[in-house]
Design a protein around this ligand. Structure first.
Ligand code: 13P
Length: 235
């Protein structure tokens, strides 16, 4: 069983989501499917597909105009939330510290945070990939996490939306480091997803890499014609 998560980013409408849920409901698969959609769609009736948000406030409640709390997300029936996505780190200034606080809010409200870590092109070229990944995991995961209530996503930031993918060896090295770090943190077995330019043509290959427990898919999760081949590419 693999975890196949879609990240719709700021795309789609409720009508699109209802169609996607309908198309996916006809699939026979043992894989776990999660769709992380904009806040406005979180309360959509989704059957066996799990729904997640894409960000959450680091605060519980109060005067934080425009923010959405973990309690509010849980109130819609959603079960997951992406935290520390590279676009939130890049455009909203999220740091490992912020991501840990947001993830703690998610856990306190019964949501599973999908905590993203990954290096930029500058960090990669400076030879800092392993350091960024390891500190990302150590500093972004809250102390009260357990292996069955968090998911880590390795998203090499230079490859997102760029049609670029790391080599199998690069993915294996990153995922093995994450798995080892999680073990050292007492979180042995927490799932680790790979995300960046995943599509039907490369999904099976990526998910066959050691320590890859699933994928987090951006662009190719928006249309069922693109998303279904990813889901059905592995058992
Ligand atoms: P793409 O699949 O479009 O590269 O996006 C990856 C991503 O950011 C998933 O969270």
């Amino acid at each position: 069983m693999k975890i196949i998560a879609g990240n719709w980013k700021m795309n789609g409408t409720k009508e699109n989501l209802i169609k996607m849920i309908h198309d996916l409901s006809e699939l026979s698969t043992e894989n776990k499917i999660i769709l992380c959609v904009p806040f406005t769609m979180l309360d959509t009736d989704s059957g066996k597909i799990s729904i997640g948000a894409q960000d959450v406030s680091q605060h519980a409640h109060g005067a934080y105009t425009g923010e959405v709390s973990a309690k509010m997300i849980a109130d819609t029936g959603a079960k997951y939330v992406i935290v520390g996505h590279s676009e939130c780190r890049q455009y909203h200034g999220d740091t490992n510290d912020t991501v840990r606080k947001k993830s703690a809010q998610a856990l306190a409200n019964g949501l599973t945070p999908i905590i993203c870590v990954g290096e930029t092109m500058d960090e990669k070229q400076a030879g800092k990939t392993m350091e960024i990944i390891e500190s990302g995991v150590r500093e972004s995961v809250p102390t009260d996490a357990s292996a069955d209530n968090i998911i880590i996503a390795y998203e090499p930031r230079w490859a997102i939306g760029a049609g670029l993918t790391p080599t199998r060896e690069e993915i294996a090295t990153a995922h093995t480091l994450i798995a080892k770090t999680l073990t050292e943190m007492g979180l042995d077995g927490a799932p680790v997803l790979y995300g960046a330019s995943v599509k039907g043509s490369n999904a099976a290959d990526i998910m066959s890499v050691t320590n890859v427990n699933g994928v987090l898919v951006g662009g190719a999760s928006l249309k069922s014609d693109d998303f279904i081949p990813i889901i059905t590419s592995v058992k």
